[in-house]
Ligand binder design. Structure first.
Ligand code: GTR
Length: 333
């Protein structure tokens, strides 16, 4: 009889190697993932570009193990629904405006308070400093992990009926607001009639005259074509609510400690990347609106607009923690 080709020891060595390879393959595939990221803005918008940039950094730094797939233009639903889906773990990453997540994470509402920031520099100093960090860290009990803030400039009021040159001109205007109680309260306090509508419905609302106008920053006003239907833009700059990038708690928990650090760092880098593009787009959008014949009102008395917000501050400050946070933000030089 011929002796066997493989010795017993050789066989068990081969088996061990096969098992090891198999286990390695399983564990690698178990941690490798494609993360779904949502953004309501269109493909060219700087926040969407920032998410793509972050995706490239993460793919690079994890050797391709993790990828980010960006769904822009509210492909995964309107902003409020995507927040609910993120909390449920169905969406992994979400770039949203703080006014919307304020319903879920109270501290973020403070950043949307009217006339709170003296300038963009003041806002950036707050967001880049310890207060910004504290707010990002306050998301966890609500099912999210706060990763980074993105710029969003200041929001101003636009409409199709008349140029708003005084507080009295606000009276009776039907203005769309984000799905946020704070934003509704703000517009009501200014004498107009708020209507909470998802972002994706504003253009139709303007075209069908369901609404007279809305409020937003220059890039949103222009990239959505709202400016084609609402030709009066008054530089009220009533809020500077920034954007925030959050991750679902569920997706976060699936990451190793090393990968979490990679995600955090990539998010912060993407926020810097976005800031560089933001200023240009703001200027470009303002120029485009002007060239299209939009009346831009800058010479008006801002004082009554600010004074009308007293009730909103009074309501917010009933929560002592909120009151304290507002004071600290004001105190940042
Ligand atoms: C934009 C913001 C969006 C959305 C939108 C809105 O400035 O980037 O996330 O909140 O405003 O008004 O709905």
């Amino acid at each position: 009889m011929k002796s066997p080709v493989y010795s017993r020891a050789g066989l068990s060595r081969t088996a061990a190697v096969v098992v090891t390879l198999f286990l390695t393959a399983i564990s690698a595939s178990a941690v490798a993932r494609e993360f779904r990221a949502a953004d309501t803005q269109n493909e060219e918008y700087p926040t969407v570009q920032a998410l793509r940039y972050m995706g490239r950094l993460i793919a690079d730094r994890t050797g391709g193990r993790h990828q980010i797939r960006v769904f822009h233009s509210h492909q995964l639903g309107e902003e409020k629904e995507t927040i609910e889906q993120t909390r449920a773990g169905a969406i992994d990453l979400n770039r949203i405006n703080v006014a919307l997540i304020g319903t879920f994470v109270p501290a973020t509402n403070v950043l949307a308070m009217p006339f709170l920031f003296r300038s963009v520099e003041h806002l950036q100093k707050v967001l880049d400093g310890p207060i910004g960090n504290e707010i990002l860290n306050s998301f966890e009990p609500y099912g999210f992990v706060g990763l980074a803030f993105y710029d969003s400039g200041a929001r101003s009021i636009y409409n199709s009926v008349r140029p708003v040159r005084s507080f009295a001109d606000m009276k009776g205007l039907r203005l769309r607001v984000q799905q946020s109680e704070l934003m509704s309260d703000m517009i009501k306090a200014l004498g107009a009639e708020p209507l909470e509508l998802p972002y994706g419905q504003v253009l139709t609302g303007l075209a069908t005259k369901l609404i007279d106008g809305a409020e937003n920053n220059w890039p949103s006003f222009v990239t959505t074509d709202h400016y084609k239907y609402a030709g009066y833009y008054t530089l009220t700059e009533h809020t500077m609510s920034p954007e925030v990038l959050v991750m679902s708690q569920k997706a976060w928990e699936s990451l190793s400690v090393e990968d979490r650090a990679i995600f955090r760092e990539a998010a912060v880098s993407s926020s810097r990347f976005m800031r560089e593009r933001w200023k240009d787009l703001e200027d470009q959008s303002r120029r485009r609106a002007k060239a299209a014949g939009v009346t831009i009102v800058t010479d008006f008395d801002r004082k009554p607009f600010e004074a009308a917000m007293a009730g909103i501050y009074e309501k917010a400050q009933r929560d002592p923690a909120v009151g304290k946070l507002i004071e600290r933000i004001r105190g940042v030089e």
